[in-house]
Design a protein around this ligand. Structure first.
Ligand SMILES: Cc1ncc(COP(=O)(O)O)c(C=O)c1O
Length: 327
């Protein structure tokens, strides 16, 4: 009796899994290159093997290039973007520390939630979704609230706003962060441990960075800008409106398109997925139900993909009364 298992092996795991191939043109995740996928089938290495440590060193060099930084403390978090954000809050904030959050979309709310969980005092400055902050507004608020930490989003993917950061970066660099009083309330994400040792999927990350170095950072930026411009012009030529009105604030990586009256955003997204296996997303947070979001990130950022998604949208809309009335 003791050898009898109470839970049987689930039958679903005895059937083969079939993973369909999809073109992921949402704001993320997006497709990765064949080369990166292949590298994920590399043999396992031990986490202290010299080959693995060398890959970590290569990744570090690649990240310094990607972020154009000379900082020595460059390391990776094994986790999603949320894990990265959470780890920042856990490592920087302590009880009653003040954090200033610049909110113009859902990621400001998310940061406030994370900071509150660390016991921090959260102060918020706000802009309408679709707008960015000016350096003057940030400087004034930093003087007013004197926070220990400041949070702002570079690409607010819920609205498609690109926040200019250069001047804001200089303002922040003039301020000094004080040391922690206590160790952070996390073991796995403690930056002092991670700075010593980090990562577990570095072969694929190394391949992605190697591709970036081969293409060149500036060339990669130009490719993203050219494809975004092509997409923006194409969207407007379909009589659709871009959500971010100010040209300067339009993110090249995530484009937000106003869903016209009489069109159901979800039906359109489902149509593209069911018929063509192409993903475009709906809005998020303040833009929920109001926009579509098209992501052109990394491997997916090609003129071919832009033309393809424009053709699918045009085909879909051409059967709708809204669109016929515009012709
Ligand atoms: C600006 C921004 N921050 C954080 C995240 C969270 O990333 P993840 O979904 O990988 O946890 C996202 C995801 O879309 C994002 O766009």
């Amino acid at each position: 009796m003791e050898n009898q298992l109470q839970i049987c092996g689930p039958a679903c795991l005895l059937r083969p899994v079939r993973v369909p191939s999809k073109l992921l043109l949402g704001p993320g995740p997006s497709n990765v290159s064949e080369r990166v996928l292949r590298s994920m089938t590399s043999p396992m290495l031990g986490h202290l093997h010299p080959e693995f440590l060398k890959i970590m060193d290569d990744v570090k060099e690649g990240l310094k290039y990607l972020f154009q930084t000379e900082a020595q403390n460059v390391f990776c978090i094994s986790g999603t973007g949320h894990a990265g954000m959470d780890s920042v809050m856990m490592n920087i904030l302590e009880e009653r520390d003040v954090i200033l959050i610049a909110k113009n979309g859902i990621w400001g709310d998310r940061a406030a939630d994370m900071a509150q969980r660390q016991g921090a005092v959260v102060r918020i400055i706000e802009k309408k979704p679709g707008e960015a902050f000016t350096p003057e507004e940030i400087e004034e608020s930093l003087q007013k609230f004197r926070p220990k930490a400041f949070f702002i989003v570079h690409v607010e993917s819920s609205t498609g706003v690109l926040q200019p950061l250069q001047e804001i970066g200089s303002i922040c660099r003039k301020r000094v962060i004080s040391d922690r009083r206590q160790p952070p309330r996390t073991f796995y994400f403690d930056y002092s441990h991670l700075a010593n040792y980090w990562g577990c999927d570095n072969v694929a990350r190394r391949e992605g960075l190697a591709q970036l170095v081969e293409e060149g950072l500036k060339e990669s930026w130009s490719r993203h800008k050219e494809c975004a411009d092509l997409l923006h012009r194409g969207i407007e030529s379909l009589s659709l409106k871009l959500f971010v009105e100010n040209l300067v604030w339009r993110a090249p990586t995530v484009t937000t398109i106003v869903v016209p009256q009489g069109i159901n955003w979800k039906e359109a997204s489902e149509h593209l997925m069911n018929k063509y296996k192409v993903e475009i997303s709906g809005g998020l947070g303040p833009t929920a139900g109001k926009v579509w979001r098209i992501g052109l990130l990394g491997e997916n950022c090609t003129k071919g993909n832009v033309e393809f998604v424009l053709r699918l949208l045009s085909d879909y809309l051409s059967n709708k009364d809204f669109y016929k009335s515009k012709l």
